[in-house]
Write a protein that binds this ligand. Sequence first.
Ligand code: CAA
Length: 285
Amino acid sequence: MTDSIKVTVVGAGTMGNGIVQTFATFGHTVTMVDVSEDALERGRAAIEKSLGRFVKKEKISQDDCDEIMSRISLSTDLANAVSASDLMIEAVFENEEVKKDIFKTADAAAPAHTILASNTSSISITRIAEATNRPEKVIGMHFMNPVPIMKLVEIIRGEKTSDETCAQTISWSEAIGKTCGVANDFPGFIANRILMPMINEAVWSLHTGVGDRESIDIVMKLGCNFPMGPLALADYIGLDICLNIMDVLQDGLKEDKYAPCPMLREMVEAGKLGVKSGVGFYEYS
Ligand code: CAA
């Protein structure tokens, strides 16, 4: 059992609040940081809702839930939060400049021992680390959605990430019930290098009439024992995120096979983003 640590999570969205919930569940003290009180309040409400599901199933008690919530604080002041943290995990939207700004601020304010991690699903850890004076302490911690349920943390080593930082990050990940796979800093790392072309191929299959949405999903769900079909998973992840990752793969790897299916781009341009917008390959109420 690792000692309790202090964690700052930047970004109160789906991934950020899931990460906050998971660290707090395992006894760590967490500050959730975002730019507005509203975003923080939505993040807090999402954590309460998720914990409520565990209480309902009697996996945890209401007292456990209250205790977990008491370990979480909210802040709009990143520098102040990170100044007392052992680990920062950035989980904001996929914009390299925004991420670099966050890392620069965190690097200036955090104690020397603090590890600075990014939950990026595809942006180079080496480039993010260049915004800091501690590239050996910068690492990727790529969680999967839904974070409280999914067992993986994909660890990404930047060019200068030290062995010590990698070992410490794996140890902290294991202490919150996760198992790690380690990737080097290539576009899309391991998870999205493999998952996104598969999803993109499912979109091509729909686009070119290989099968309808239900058939594509049921073949992969029952035929390959996936928890959900690739089109339903794309809706769950968000079609904008899928498109963004395909663009990163194509830009970074320079191979035509990574070109996003035009149907995916058209759907994103039409605002059909999946579950979060109410419409994607399926409709959601
Ligand atoms: N909080 C708490 N509990 C949750 C939860 C949440 N946010 N989401 C799901 N659950 C729980 C449910 O309550 C349920 O618990 P029980 O088994 O105890 O009943 C369990 O998880 C299963 O949920 P459901 O019954 O609602 O539905 P399901 O069986 O279809 O599971 C799922 C839902 C866990 C999302 C499952 O479909 C699944 O594993 N899908 C694949 C998810 C996946 O591939 N994620 C990775 C996406 S890629 C990514 O995240 C990274 C990237 O860079 C794009």
